[in-house]
Design a protein around this ligand. Structure first.
Ligand code: COA
Ligand code: ZN
Length: 311
């Protein structure tokens, strides 16, 4: 009998999306000072990419209505890229005025979800991205394109891979640098991830593939392991597993960044992130949202091979 060892990359990039994806779902508005403090602490952990806010309509996402102030007031570190979400040209103008260097565009693979999220058809979203991409490229702003509900949609169910392929092609034609497939409501499983990424991987001829898993059904880390096998090495996480509105039963945040970093580092994959500092960030995130977060490692503490460590 032969044993096949896992095929693992040497290093992985983890993108922290908690300040945006996590905080946008909180029931209570998190004061700007605390958002800024969280972002600055995250930037001290070794994370090189943090999605900090959204230039969306303040009525659509009231939690992030202070986006200009957040961007203006954070003490940026030169080695860290701070990005913001942008839904349309108005959002881009606001991001450029604020001096943002990376933006995230987003469109759903599901027509129904896109309508609910941005009140547009997929075709209209993509059409709007043409001008945005042109302007962003002219301003040397890096672009990430999200494909929301890529692994399944709470309204439409299964998403045909052709729909995801179509958006990947459109994004690449626009000069998007990175494409993040989102499992928005945690519908993926490891076999689905393996199959889909095996099919899609050769399609990424211009843009780098990234994956964005919510841990709604507890499968995010298993899905990430399956994706590592398919040569994907950019993953999103949210500190403490932030996200998931307490008033929306079943909704849940991204995989907790500290749990993801723990898994990767314990497997010998470099992330450049200091897990102790990250655990402190997770505790701080819990303080500012005034409830216990779902991450395992901040409760259990780091794995310790040289003797006991109190969590
Ligand atoms: N920022 C601020 N204001 C904006 C805006 C933006 N990005 N985009 C549009 N507006 C304003 C317009 O200026 C207009 O204002 P006016 O009435 O004073 O003239 C008004 O909003 C309506 O514009 P319209 O283009 O019709 O937007 P809409 O009401 O159809 O909303 C979105 C579309 C995309 C702006 C809105 O649905 C949105 O922000 N969604 C965000 C969803 C999200 O973030 N989901 C989570 C991430 S996956
Ligand atoms: Zn998300």
């Amino acid at each position: 009998m032969t044993h096949q060892l896992l095929h693992l990359p040497k290093s992985v990039t983890v993108v922290e999306v908690g300040p945006r994806d996590g905080l946008q779902n909180e029931a209570e508005f998190v004061p700007t000072d605390q958002k800024i403090a969280l972002i600055e602490r995250l930037a001290e952990t070794g994370l090189k990419r943090i999605e900090i806010t959204s230039f969306v309509h303040p009525k659509a996402i009231p939690q992030l209505q202070d986006s200009e102030e957040v961007v203006k007031r954070i003490q940026g570190k030169p080695e860290v890229v701070y990005s913001t979400l942008v839904p349309n040209e108005k959002g881009l103008e606001r991001a450029l005025t604020a001096g943002v260097k990376e933006i995230g565009l987003f469109v759903s693979a599901s027509e129904t979800h896109n309508q609910k999220n941005v009140r547009m058809s997929i075709a209209d979203s993509l059409k709007g991205f043409r001008n945005i991409a042109e302007k962003a490229l002219a301003s040397t702003v890096r672009m990430r394109g999200y494909i929301v509900t890529a692994f399944g949609c709470p309204y439409e169910g299964k998403i045909a891979p052709e729909k995801v392929e179509f958006i990947i092609d459109e994004y690449q034609a626009l000069g998007i640098h990175e494409i993040a497939l989102g499992d928005t409501t945690g519908m993926a499983n490891p076999l689905m991830v393996s199959r889909l990424m095996e099919r899609l991987r050769p399609r990424f001829t211009q843009a780098a593939p990234a994956l964005h898993f919510h841990d709604t059904r507890g499968l995010a880390l298993a899905n990430i392991l399956a994706a590592l096998q398919q040569d994907i090495h950019i993953f999103d996480g949210a500190i403490g597993g932030l996200g998931g509105c307490p008033y929306a039963p079943g909704a849940s945040g991204n995989v907790a960044t500290e749990d993801l970093i723990n898994m990767l580092e314990e497997m010998g994959i470099e992330t450049g992130v200091d897990l102790r500092k990250l655990i402190e960030c997770a505790r701080y995130a819990g303080e500012i949202i005034k409830r216990d977060l779902s991450g395992h490692i901040s409760r259990a503490g780091r794995v310790c091979w040289d003797g006991p460590e109190t969590p």
